[in-house]
Design a protein around this ligand. Structure first.
Ligand code: GLA
Length: 413
């Protein structure tokens, strides 16, 4: 008996040492990251307000804190690619932040971000180089994990350019272990599925769940509706394989929010925010927060939509059905009714382009809603406007504009 429990204890300890298990990201991480909007602009003379530099991240930390974003839940300020010197320090081999663009060093920047009540994220790459050609972590993993901890990093995005794809299934967990070993809790964002799958290797989601807090499943998002829909189509088509693996501490990541940039209209911005809430996706903005228009800021800070995204059950939603080119996306959320049925968030996404708003009706049964006492319905994009109680035989009607969305909470009674 003692022998068996001793072995079990040892196995548990080993498991603890081998998995990430850092207690972080119990709900999808929220924050701001530089890549989508600012890419690899390094010319600070021509573009002083846009180049990847300490001033960009200080300003964005201030804007998150001062403009209501932090209060709405956005927490991480994440430096993406192009922050490094082209070479490591010749004596210590340590990574060096670009000396001209980050003259005060990353510790000073981390202090500023932390002083504003926010958390600090940093990008690196598992290979020899980052995607933009700066030094990667391979061959220096232990040193770099410790350097990240010394810089007071709270979130690491580890990309996968210039790397052997066949090494990733072992190498990514190893870097996560090294991060943990520093004793500093760091959210760990992995990119290995986004490299494996296009190369014909199916990602091992059980391993991802154990070793990463979030992972990029698929292609980079670009600043257009076309790119956004290509990603949502990928997630919908592959949902049987992907959706079950999202949950507290481990999330699928369809990439950054485009809101506030050039490519999406007002209604398309609502569309991205709604689908990201249904998908339990990390809400990582990438925009110029100084110039986000007030109506887009309202979408980004919509508390009812954010509450769906951050729902404590942490169950990722799915595309439930498509009827007349209207997609219905659905996610189980709190509160659960006394009957044990979940409440649901439901988004009606129009893929129609034929002009007029399109009216469509469903019985609740058609939406696979089964709570015998029915549901109280609120319109999440109309400040939770109460739409009354719907029984299982009632028709629920909504009117969706081309490439638009309507978004509701069905509370099980
Ligand atoms: C890859 C990633 C992007 C971004 C760039 C930076 O393409 O998927 O999110 O980090 O690299 O070079």
């Amino acid at each position: 008996m003692w022998k068996i429990s001793g072995i079990l204890l040892l196995l548990q300890l080993l498991q603890g040492a081998l998995t990430l298990d850092n207690g972080l990201a119990r709900t999808p991480p929220m924050g701001w990251m530089s890549w989508q909007r600012f890419r690899c602009i390094t010319d600070c003379k021509s573009y002083p307000d846009e180049c990847i530099s300490e001033s960009l991240f200080r300003r964005h930390a201030d804007l998150l804190a001062d403009e209501g974003y932090a209060e709405a839940g956005y927490e991480y300020v994440i430096i993406d690619d192009c922050w490094l010197e082209k070479n490591r320090d010749t004596k210590t081999n340590k990574l060096v932040a670009d000396l001209k663009r980050f003259p005060s060093g990353l510790n000073a920047l981390a202090d500023h971000i932390h002083d504003r009540g926010l958390k600090f994220g940093l990008y690196q790459d598992f290979g020899t180089h980052t995607c933009a050609g700066y030094p990667g972590v391979i061959n220096h993993m232990e040193l770099d994990a410790q350097t990240f901890a010394d810089w007071q990093v709270d979130y690491v995005k580890l990309d996968g350019c210039y790397a052997n794809i066949s090494d990733m299934a072992v190498g990514y967990p190893e870097f996560g272990r090294l991060l943990n070993h520093t004793g500093r809790p760091m959210v760990y964002s992995c990119s290995w599925p986004a490299y494996q799958e296009p190369n014909g290797e199916m990602p091992d989601y059980e391993s991802l769940k154990q070793h990463c807090n979030l992972w990029r499943n698929w292609d980079d998002i670009d600043d257009s509706l076309e790119s956004l829909l290509q990603i949502t189509d990928y997630f919908a088509k592959n949902q049987d394989r992907i959706q079950p693996h999202g949950g507290p501490g481990h999330w699928n990541d369809p990439d950054m929010l485009l809101l506030g940039n050039y490519g999406l209209s007002y209604d398309q911005s609502k569309l991205q925010m709604a689908i990201w809430a249904i998908m339990a996706a990390p809400l990582i903005m990438s925009n110029d927060l100084a110039s986000v228009r007030p109506e887009i800021k309202d979408i980004l800070q919509n508390r009812h939509v954010i509450a769906v995204n951050q729902d404590p059950l942490g169950i990722q939603g799915r595309r439930l059905l498509v009827k007349n080119n209207i997609e219905v996306w659905r996610r189980p959320i709190t509160p659960e009714a006394p009957s044990g049925e979940y409440s649901y968030a439901l988004a009606f996404v129009s893929r129609r382009t034929d002009g007029a708003p399109y009216s469509i009706s469903f019985t609740l049964k058609e939406l696979y809603l089964n709570n015998l006492k029915g549901y109280g319905v609120q319109d999440l994009y109309k400040n939770n406007l109460d739409m009354g109680v719907f029984g299982l035989e009632s028709q629920f009607k909504t009117r969706v504009i081309p490439n638009g969305v309507t978004f509701f909470k069905f509370t099980a009674l």
